[in-house]
Design a protein around this ligand. Structure first.
Ligand SMILES: Cc1cc2nc3c(=O)[nH]c(=O)nc-3n(C[C@H](O)[C@H](O)[C@H](O)COP(=O)(O)OP(=O)(O)OC[C@H]3O[C@@H](n4cnc5c(N)ncnc54)[C@H](O)[C@@H]3O)c2cc1C
Length: 301
């Protein structure tokens, strides 16, 4: 299959891998192969590829893989990962910074402290990349991306660049509106003047909270389900006695029962089956329909 894609990469400068195991690129550590994975060298390289890509070749953009369940049959077409140095830049403006989409959120820490810029500390504790925060309007500690985003640049499948303002995204809880196939290139984020010790103090508080309340160093994709309006997914899971359910190598964390864990040998099928079983039991017990927060992609085996 992958051989039909090879000619697309004749003139590109970035890296290509064929039949790349997605379990290596996702926090949950499950999933089949991507037919091809393309790591563009820079924006021009990405645009060159998009301009020659036939419409029928599907493209999927991957961030840090911290919110993904890739099915065991893998992903057909091309997975794009913005992992080259070009896509990890941070540029300081007046009262804002522009971060490229492939920058890991944790790498913002040092920049904020060195430049004494506050207001974005919450983002630093969310696993994954800047580009990956958009789709779910990622947030924690009472703040979310939409509180700090000024605008984003994205490229469409024909290689055209678009600027999207905060309002254009119509953000809501774990939701943003933008065309499914647009690739976010960079975000411009509001900053506040602060000082290094205050920023460090907030960052430490966040880390301490996460260590105490969430599983760390585990194979997980974060919150499995969105919190229904006025309720908490973890409370509904516990109330419905789903916190101890297991399917194969998949179970819910003892520390936080809305976090699904791959105990080591789970398949994507185990994880999805466990999630669906929880949805059904919670619905039967409480009448509330839980909705996946984890993005599920790819084909079954
Ligand atoms: C331990 C743990 C704790 C977590 N805590 C939180 C939390 O507190 N708050 C929270 O909101 N989330 C949390 N998450 C979930 C996850 O970290 C966030 O959703 C994160 O923003 C996903 O970013 P990513 O780069 O890993 O995206 P991925 O998981 O790779 O992708 C997620 C989605 O974003 C899309 N995407 C990625 N990059 C781009 C791009 N450049 N352009 C367009 N679309 C793109 C993908 O196609 C996919 O649909 C947690 C996860 C873990 C494992």
């Amino acid at each position: 299959m992958a051989s039909t894609l090879i000619h697309l990469f004749d003139n590109i400068a970035g890296k290509i891998c064929y039949e790349e195991p997605m379990s290596k690129h996702t926090w949950l550590g499950v999933g089949g192969n991507a037919e091809a994975m393309f790591i563009p060298k820079d924006l021009n390289d990405l645009i060159s590829f998009l301009k020659i890509k036939p419409e029928e070749v599907p493209v999927y953009v991957l961030g840090g893989g911290s919110n993904l369940l890739v099915r065991d049959g893998g992903i057909s077409g091309v997975v794009i990962k913005l992992a080259s140095p070009y896509f990890k830049q941070i540029v300081k403006n007046n009262n804002s910074i522009t971060c490229y989409a492939g920058l890991q959120n944790t790498l913002l820490r040092k920049f904020l402290i060195t430049n004494e810029l506050g207001g974005l500390e919450f983002l630093c504790s969310i696993p994954g990349t800047i580009g990956g925060t958009v789709k779910t309007n990622a947030g924690c500690f009472g703040r979310c991306l939409s509180d700090v985003l000024i605008s984003a640049n994205a490229v469409d499948m024909k290689g055209n660049i678009h600027t999207i303002t905060n309002q254009d995204f119509h953000f809501s809880y774990r939701h943003a509106d933008f065309p499914k196939d647009w690739i976010i290139i960079s975000l411009t984020l509001k900053t506040l003047k602060s000082d290094a010790s205050t920023i460090q103090h907030i960052l430490t508080e966040h880390q301490v909270y996460r260590k105490a309340h969430q599983p760390v160093n585990k194979k997980t994709a974060g919150s499995t389900f969105k919190n229904p309006v006025g309720n908490s997914a973890w409370k509904l899971i516990k109330e419905s006695e789903c916190d101890t359910l297991t399917v194969g190598g998949a179970k819910m964390s003892e520390k936080h029962c809305n976090f699904m864990i791959n105990t080591g040998n789970a398949t994507a099928k185990d994880c999805e089956t466990l999630g669906e079983a929880i949805i059904e039991r919670v619905k039967n017990k409480t009448g509330i329909a839980l909705e996946w927060e984890i993005q599920k992609i790819g084909q079954d085996k």
